[in-house]
Design a protein around this ligand. Structure first.
Ligand code: NI
Length: 150
């Protein structure tokens, strides 16, 4: 094992360890092809990002109190009776911190809204579930991008 220094996301110098591992050849080829398609030049960069996502995914699904930052993106029909009021009430009552939101009027019926949120995993899940279940909400996607203690 060898070590070196690397600047982490937080700007601090972080010790880097070198590992070696064995993989089925087909899996590696498949990984490399995927990484190339996504625009990675270095395999190690792609592996690092895949590991971070693996850890984030696990925290998100196993620790309901993990503090997460992410977005809810949704398209809804603003002409559906009282939908806008319901969506606003749900957000106010959720306990989730709404950090910012962006609203686009797509056409005469549809609105696209992107909401930046921060809160406990269980609150984010429950917020997005109560919004998607409302009549008039056509698509909704919850994306988790960061956890406080990665
Ligand atoms: Ni609109």
């Amino acid at each position: 094992m060898s070590t070196s220094e690397e600047v982490s996301e937080s700007g601090e110098e972080e010790k880097v360890v070198r590992i070696s591992m064995s993989l089925p050849e087909g899996l590696l080829t498949s990984f490399d092809n995927t990484a190339r398609r996504k625009g990675y030049f270095k395999r190690s960069e792609a592996i690092r990002d895949a590991l971070r996502n693996f850890i984030l995914e696990s925290k998100w699904s196993t620790n309901e109190n993990a503090i997460l930052t992410g977005t809810i993106s949704m398209v809804y029909d603003h002409e559906v009776r009282s939908l806008v009021d319901k969506l606003t009430d749900i957000q106010h009552d959720s306990g989730v911190l709404i950090k910012a939101s962006l609203h686009l009027h797509l056409d005469e019926h549809n609105c696209l809204e992107i909401i930046a949120i921060e809160g406990k995993a269980k609150e984010l899940k429950s917020l997005s579930e109560s919004m998607i279940s409302k009549k008039g909400v056509k698509t909704l996607k919850l994306t988790v991008l960061h956890t406080a203690s990665t």
